[in-house]
Design a protein around this ligand. Structure first.
Ligand SMILES: N[C@@H](CCC(=O)N[C@@H](CS)C(=O)NCC(=O)O)C(=O)O
Length: 204
């Protein structure tokens, strides 16, 4: 298996899941800063021009964080990263979708790449400000949903990998983490798998 990733991008969540599972995998860097995602050879493999993308042993490519997370957790059930109970499964999907589709793609992406959201340079600051509002509101809601639990939905699961990358981004962008998420981030970073991931991505 090979994970196409960029250091510190959302692909770090899938990297964490792979490290937790402990199955052999390769990493291949896609240099997002240089626009490698929009050029061959990457576009031949993944015309969506995004990471994460997982090249599986049968030669097929799987994209979209929730799909990759779901497949990995269920393909390697020994790691117990997919909750056993229906309610926790639904909550894991709920948290992943909100974290990725809203907090990441509507909030953080506006802060990180404002020009994707406006053709006008003059609007950039407004777009960033709106992105920050969405990001902060999202973090607050995720923190409330986490409550006093150690992990996103109770047992440690793939949903924690989404919280992990959002928490990392908040920290890098000096956005204060609500208390529950700050504690969760410390808890995840204390895991050996997370330490290996941060070291391999040059972020330790
Ligand atoms: N919906 C995708 C989102 C993936 C995504 O937005 N990845 C970002 C990195 S965090 C990316 O590849 N950006 C490259 C670009 O937009 O040019 C998923 O769930 O995997």
């Amino acid at each position: 298996m090979k994970l196409f990733y960029a250091p510190g991008a959302c692909s770090i969540g899938i990297h964490l899941i792979l490290e937790e599972i402990g199955v052999p995998f390769e990493l291949e860097l896609v240099n997002l800063r240089e626009g490698a995602q929009y050029k061959e050879p990457y576009t031949n493999l993944n015309p969506k021009s995004r990471v994460p993308a997982l090249l599986r042993d049968d030669g097929s490519l799987l994209t979209e964080f929730p799909a990759i997370a779901y497949w990995l957790a269920n393909r390697y059930p020994g790691a117990k990263l997919w909750p056993a109970e229906l309610e926790a499964q639904a909550r894991a999907l709920e948290m992943m979708d909100y974290g990725i589709a809203t907090v990441h793609m509507q909030g953080f992406s506006r802060m990180f790449a404002p020009r994707k959201y406006t053709p006008s340079e003059a609007d950039e600051e407004k777009v960033k400000k709106r992105g920050l509002e969405i990001f902060q509101t999202g973090l607050d809601l995720l923190s409330k949903a986490l409550g006093g639990k150690d992990y996103a939905v109770g047992p440690y699961s793939v949903a924690d990998a989404v919280l992990f990358y959002l928490e990392l981004w908040a920290t890098n962008f000096k956005v204060e983490l609500p208390a529950n998420l700050a504690q969760h981030f410390a808890r995840i970073k204390a895991r050996q798998a997370a330490q290996r991931v941060l070291a391999k991505e040059g972020l330790a």
